[in-house]
Ligand binder design. Sequence first.
Ligand code: FEO
Length: 612
Amino acid sequence: MHFTKNITNDLIWVGANDRRLAMFEGVYSVPGGVSYNSYLLLDDKTVLFDTVDKAVSHRFFENVTFALDGRQLDYLIIQHMEPDHSAVLDDLLLRYPNVKVVCNAKTQIMIKQFFDLDIDVKIVKENDTLNTGKHLLHFVMAPMVHWPEVMVTYDSTDKILFSADGFGTFGALNGAIFADEVDFNADYMNEARRYYTNIVGKYGTQVQALLNKASTLSIEMICPLHGFVWRKNLSDIISKYMLWSTYQPEENGVMIAYASVYGNTENAAEILSGMLHNKGINTIMYDVSVTPASEIISAAFKWSHLVFASTTYNAGIFVSMEELINDLVAHNIQNRTVAIIENGSWAATSGGLIRGKLEKCKNINVLEQTVSIKSGLKPTQMTELAAIADTIAADFTQPEENLRTGTTQTNLAAMYKLSYGLFVLTAKDEDKDNGCIINTTIQITANPPRISIAVIKANYTHDMIMKTGEFNVSTLSTSVPFNVFEHFGFQSGRDIDKFENCTSDNRTANGIKYIPKYSNSVISGKVVDTYDYDTHTLFVADVTEAFVLSNEPSVTYQYYFDNIKPKPQPNAEKKKGFICKICGYVYEGDTLPDDFICPICKHGAIDFEPIK
Ligand code: FEO
């Protein structure tokens, strides 16, 4: 009997759950099962997004038949060719011989590899679209999230991102379909982390590339191929992906993984854990012979500090510990402080070997002191463990009461005290002009005249400057109205031509437009250096031209808030949540995630304030 779930008025989940599978991909235990999601869009044309694993093919075809309700299937979009989403492709083609397969060129090759089928497919590439009637589908390539052929699909009509493996989780769906129908943070976030870190943890750079592309889209729902659909609190999972993909820890604390044949290595690990806990530091311990590696990998991505304690075995690292260390290195673990305890009754080698493997990883600080046990810990070695505990504790600069919650003393309100100007940053790429609002123009040197600007990577102007190496900065003055900020700051040049209705054509010698009205000066820059800072690029530029337009004072950030930006709308004030001070976007909820990014103007949580 079919079992489907309605996602929207014309989108139906037609996937299936597998609770019998012991090991996903033959490697990862899935005690809670796994879901294989497939979605059917019922527009003028019918569109199926991916299929399922062969283990659940019967239920899947029942679901598709029911959801189509007698209609023919027009399109199958293949976003990912891994067989957990494509194994029934040949069966589907037999049942629906008129379906048109939509995929990219890499997928076409894999279809031939897996099925030896020569089928007529519609090949799509980056930014291609498919109009299905009411819906317009945009294809976005996402190589190595998790395989090279992966792409995601954005439905700009309903603002839905079909995210392939991205934002998925282990665990079958037990009647619910939306993440907000369960207590996701309490009951599923650990499995989401275990899924991410083990499946795509190695490919943080590629996940970052996809997140950057996604940040330019207005997304109201995420439909992954595993786990729950996200329609509320999307930042809960996006903020985690920002941390995981940049290998930043989620929590201050110490994960201790130990391999102990007769309990003596475990004893040392436990004593160290106790010492750390006495200092107010969170600790969690795993016996690597008992706990599946995928759980320890996941924990290593979560915690800030790692301890590995291993006996020596066959003159090397104990077998399960060696597998774990190799696995962690393969998953690209970065940005952690590590301490090592080794044990050996006659020739301890495990510590040095673990050190050698981990020191090849990026930004892994392996503490110099290794505690080396001969069979069992001696009383004189308690000071060695205490020294490790002290060294780790020194990394935690917050008051002890904050350590267990992972909070910090950083009060970003201090940022408000910085004095900023506001500027229109303009650039030109061939025939296309564009501009955006920035507040980050700073003079670096006078001789030669040199400035820096920091620009959000999601901005189209950013990409233009990366390509051409040239820009103009028009310094806004106090007569500037709010609609200038709306025009240049709250919409993307990828969607509109911001200069379309401009009657004048004022350009500097570099050919780039500047803003003659509401600006008091213009500076042209030629980029000499770029620095990557995650969400922003810092451009350092030589000044190639500069002139003054008026003596009207420059707008400061404070002046903008006090005199230009409209006060919050009454309907926003009635809502509970936080309002973006820059553009007025309202985030509804009790707490605003620290790394929340405004979907309208791309400013961060620091620029939000509680709605009073
Ligand atoms: Fe769920 Fe990469 O397959």
